[in-house]
Design a protein around this ligand. Structure first.
Ligand code: GLA
Length: 599
């Protein structure tokens, strides 16, 4: 950058510049380029010991919880993955094989002196459950830095304490998936973030310096390409050890290193935020980190706001309103439902919340659409999830605050015909009513979320907005965000900044807000006849943008930004639609407003 005499102004200008030049590949791919999912077609469900036990993760405790999962009926309702988190390992032997801490996993002690988690996994499989394990993508684990006083940390020499997968990907994956037969792996990333040369535990020689490849909270100083490459080679190692893709890979880089841009190619779930605590504030922050990303999720790939805290702290049996709200929020955004309470002591009241079959059905709906926020005013938020059955919407009316609150949302905002009435079913109270009015209104208690299933008549007879089918969208090229802005590069029914879709003073309820130099892929599967859209600039910087619509790689329609005009394209027989917005104003935002397909 040129020297600027006014440093404040220079900084302000720098903040407006895009953080990266448009490296974007804006050429149409001609296909929906995410892998065809073979697993986690709906969000994974299960249990993880971290929130309840941290590193005190004994086999006895886990199996007791597994038994309760089965006996309580939760397993039958879908909670099938029983995971082990940090704390299971003892050391890495000289031949590279990891030894299990047998004081915690007695069944792992083999007659020949070696250790194996196979008996533990078989015990879970025999109960009709699936088994999950935990590792780190670096050389060391999170507990070794963050739970440094735990009695259950890896032991031995520095090399023996390097239990992370970094130099042992193939061997570890053969052990975990090939020999031990685990079905699920959570792969943490502290090994890439926390073992920096300046750390006392590294300076003292206790741990080997590594990276940092992830600088927490700073995507620009993180080496996202390196992080992505490590997870990609780990996935290859898993595929070699467990061919057929029948496993769940859960990426745990806490929303860092631009994980949303690449994890959908590799993992089935990826964390979008730091660890959840059992507090309302932390729960909301984690919810927001995933709720703003509906265009990134779909069958086989899910935003993960972390393990549930239902049953713990501010969501325990004394706080059932908050527990239901937390559960409703995870359900409506299609988050993995991984329970985190000690089920052996959990009262029936919280088990009933986790097990509510209608709430689970909303989360597990086959279409895999994440809920989209349609209203956000003071403490009120309304999130709408389009279910597989046409004209049926799950709706969460959320009170984020500590006071009573009235919420009201027009049926039209659900893209249901206002005059036609609707059936409204409250999944927590069980009540169903016929709605004659044109809007859904409710008074919410402090912290209450009302979760509804609304059946009405679709507002558009033969059409569907793209924002009603986010699971069919892939953000193939996100474009560059303005430096320092924590926006989401592609949003449904909002600009990347979160503001309404406002093109030249006209606000659109439906549409996609994206950055300049972006490319979206939309899976149409030859089901539609026409595509219609009103493209336009969302800010003054987005000038000279070309909006191009491709069908299976062929240019179907095109517009410049001189004058707003609707684009119409014939998409008969088209498998994949692509929307490309290209222009000089990198770091600016544009909209594909009213984007819809017609049968
Ligand atoms: C990190 C992860 C948590 C948990 C701990 C274990 O903090 O984000 O979910 O796995 O490590 O040490």
């Amino acid at each position: 950058m040129r020297f600027h005499p006014n440093p404040t102004l220079a900084l302000a200008i720098a903040a407006l510049l895009p953080c990266t030049a448009p490296a974007a590949d804006l050429q149409p791919s001609g296909r929906f380029s995410l892998p065809t999912p073979t697993t986690a077609l709906t969000p994974p469900m299960g249990w993880n010991p971290w929130n309840a036990f941290r590193t005190e993760v004994t086999e006895a405790k886990i199996l007791a919880v597994a038994d309760r999962l089965v006996a309580s009926g939760l397993a039958r309702r879908g909670y099938r993955y029983v995971n082990v988190d940090d704390g299971w390992w003892l050391r890495r032997r000289a031949d590279g094989r990891i030894e299990v801490r047998t004081s915690m996993f007695p069944s792992a002690a083999m007659a020949d002196g070696s250790t194996s988690l196979r008996p533990f996994v078989e015990r879970l499989h025999a109960a009709g459950l699936k088994a999950g394990l935990y590792t780190d993508i670096g050389r060391n684990a999170c507990s070794q830095i963050w739970d440094a006083k735990s009695p259950n940390l890896p032991a031995g020499t520095r090399a023996e304490r390097e239990i992370g997968s970094h130099d042992f990907q193939a061997q570890d994956m053969r052990l975990i998936f090939g020999e031990w037969k685990f079905d699920y792996l959570k792969v943490d990333a502290c090994g890439l973030a926390d073992y920096v040369p300046a750390k006392a535990a590294v300076k003292s020689g206790q741990y080997r310096a590594f990276g940092p490849y992830i600088v927490r909270g700073d995507a620009e100083r993180s080496d996202s390409a390196k992080v992505e490459a490590l997870y990609a080679s780990l996935k290859q190692a898993i595929d070699a050890a467990r061919p057929g893709g029948d496993y769940v890979l859960s990426i745990c880089s806490w929303g860092e290193a631009r994980v949303a841009d690449w994890a959908k190619q590799l993992g089935n779930t990826w964390r979008t935020s730091p660890d959840i605590r059992a507090s309302w504030k932390s729960m909301l922050a984690n919810f927001d980190s995933a709720a703003s990303r509906p265009l990134y999720a779909g069958p086989g790939r899910w935003n993960d706001p972390d393990i549930l805290q239902v049953g713990n702290g501010e969501f325990d049996a004394q706080h059932l309103v908050q527990a239901r709200a937390h559960m409703s929020m995870w359900a409506i955004i299609g988050a993995p439902l991984i329970l985190g309470m000690d089920l052996t002591t959990a009262p029936q009241s919280v088990i009933d919340i986790a097990g509510n079959p209608e709430v689970i059905a909303i989360n597990q709906d086959a279409a895999g659409n994440q809920g989209v926020t349609v209203l956000r005013e003071s403490d009120a938020q309304v999130v709408v999830k389009s279910l597989a059955q046409r004209g049926v919407k799950a709706v969460a009316l959320i009170n984020r605050g500590a006071g009573q609150l009235s919420v009201s949302v027009p049926l039209a905002r659900l893209n249901l015909k206002p005059g036609a009435g609707a059936n409204v079913h409250d999944v927590w109270s069980g009540a169903t009513r016929r709605l004659a009015a044109e809007r859904i209104a409710a008074t919410l208690q402090p912290y209450e979320t009302m979760l509804l299933v609304v059946k009405g008549s679709p507002a558009l007879e033969n059409s569907i907005f793209l924002s009603e089918m986010p699971a069919r969208i892939n953000v193939a090229e996100a474009g560059a965000l303005p430096s320092g802005k924590r926006w989401v590069a592609a949003q449904a029914n909002a600009a990347p900044s979160g503001a309404p879709l406002n093109i030249g003073g006209k606000v659109y309820d439906n549409g996609l807000g994206v950055m300049v130099n972006s490319r979206l892929e939309v899976r149409l599967d030859r089901e539609f006849r026409r595509f219609l859209v009103m493209p336009g600039a969302l800010d003054a910087g987005a000038t000279g943008v070309r909006y191009r619509v491709f069908g299976d790689g062929r240019l179907l329609a095109e517009a410049g930004s001189a004058r707003a005009a609707e684009l119409v394209a014939d998409v008969s027989g088209v498998q994949t639609l692509e929307l490309v917005a290209e222009g000089p104003g990198s770091g600016s935002a544009v909209a594909w407003a009213d984007a819809r397909v017609e049968r």
